[in-house]
Write a protein that binds this ligand. Structure first.
Ligand code: NAD
Ligand code: DAU
Length: 327
């Protein structure tokens, strides 16, 4: 297949491209925001720099394309609390432009990469694909807007669109604004690890390659118009994650710093992934202990990847967000 993969200069999309590049012909469309980097992509993959909401460009790039996989997003909840406008543009308007191109160009398949956050927070049990969408941050509200548009478009126009909702991903090349890489890099620098509120929030951790394998089977064999949850094998409290990173980096617990909570912070995410297991035979292969050890090793060994980030935009972001400088 010829694939247009949008947002693939970021963390998950670049992992996906690595997974499928030998099997499919891949063209990447990415705006290269602060989170997108050409270096994330493997050699030989064509990158077009531009936005998914650019209708003319998208129409040009979708000629002769068999499928679109849409990773393009503003992905950080804290940034959406500071200003949600780019989130609305990319997640809603961008998705709308891509869907129009699917229809106009007769693209055979469309996959929307989405998130467990569209369901909101759950105290007990797990969300299934029929749970109502009840997002609580500007990030997740705009992602839910994109999802609803995809479902309505498939229903109304009969295009072959599917949705994949992943839980919290982690692994190599994740921008350090997210909990795991932030704490790994701070710990490696002997800096404090900021824990929001009481640190007892629960996330369902999914190694990035497992998510990408899930996306691949849904693209190939998912039923049109359907959503598929792709949840990680382990649920942990944030404080347990931070403690594990401290053990792996040889630090001590005095590095933990409890800081002001995130406004509207979702307490717990949990996904039931029975549907993708039963229909498509997907199973997560990497448990949290193994995945987090691999992730720490990757950051330890790849300073040339993170050094330009830590000395660039991220440094200013960190000061705004945490009211102090990075070490
Ligand atoms: P990321 O921030 O690392 O990468 C996002 C990429 O999208 C960047 O390369 C950026 O330049 C690009 N982009 C942003 N706006 C664009 C636009 N308007 N047009 C074209 N490109 C644009 O994000 P990620 O963590 O790799 O997330 C990828 C997708 O997976 C997102 O849709 C996100 O909602 C979803 N998701 C993420 C997680 C997670 O834990 N990170 C979990 C589930 C789902
Ligand atoms: O659940 C899937 C989602 O996971 C994706 O859709 C998002 O794109 C992705 O960013 C992620 O969202 P979270 O908000 O859960 O991830 P983050 O890494 O920002 O935070 C994980 C948890 O750690 C959350 O409870 C907030 C907390 N946290 C985060 C940071 C950055 C802290 O305690 N301290 C921090 O400094």
């Amino acid at each position: 297949m010829r694939l247009l993969v949008t947002g693939a200069a970021g963390f998950i999309g670049s992992t996906y491209v690595r997974l499928v590049k030998d099997e499919h012909e891949v063209v990447v469309l990415d705006k290269l925001t602060y989170a997108g980097r050409r270096e994330n992509l493997p050699d030989g993959v064509e990158l077009v720099v531009g936005a998914i909401e650019d209708r003319e460009l998208v129409l040009q790039l979708t000629e002769g394309v068999d499928a679109i996989v849409n990773f393009a997003a503003e992905s950080h909840v804290d940034r959406s609390i500071a200003d949600q406008n780019a989130f609305a543009r990319t997640h809603v308007i961008g998705t709308s432009v891509l869907l129009d191109a699917v229809r106009q160009r007769g693209v055979g398949r469309y996959l929307q990469v989405s998130t467990d956050e569209v369901y909101g927070s759950i105290e007990e049990g797990s969300f299934t694909e029929t749970s109502p969408l009840d997002p609580s941050s500007p990030y997740s509200a705009t992602k839910a807007g994109g999802d609803l548009l995809v479902s309505a478009y498939a229903h109304t126009h009969g295009v072959e669109a599917v949705i994949c909702r992943g839980s919290n991903n982690y692994g190599p090349r994740q921008y350090p604004e997210k909990l795991i890489p932030l704490c790994v890099l701070n710990a490696l620098h002997g800096d404090t690890l900021p824990v929001y509120g009481d640190g007892r929030q629960v996330r369902n951790w999914l190694y990035v390659e497992d998510f990408c394998r899930g996306i691949n089977v849904v693209l190939e064999r998912g039923r049109p118009g359907e959503a598929y949850n792709v949840g990680g094998p382990d649920e942990c409290e944030n404080i347990e994650v931070v403690q594990r990173i401290i053990e792996l980096t040889g630090g001590d617990e005095s590095l933990i710093e409890y800081v002001e909570d995130r406004p509207g912070h979702d307490r717990r995410y949990s996904l039931a992934s029975d549907k993708i297991r039963a229909e498509l035979g997907w199973e997560a292969q990497v448990g949290f202990d193994d995945g987090v050890a691999r992730t720490v090793d990757w950051y330890r060994d790849n300073e040339p990847w993170w050094e330009p980030i830590r000395s660039g935009e991220y440094r200013e972001y960190y000061e705004r967000q945490y009211g102090r400088s990075l070490l």
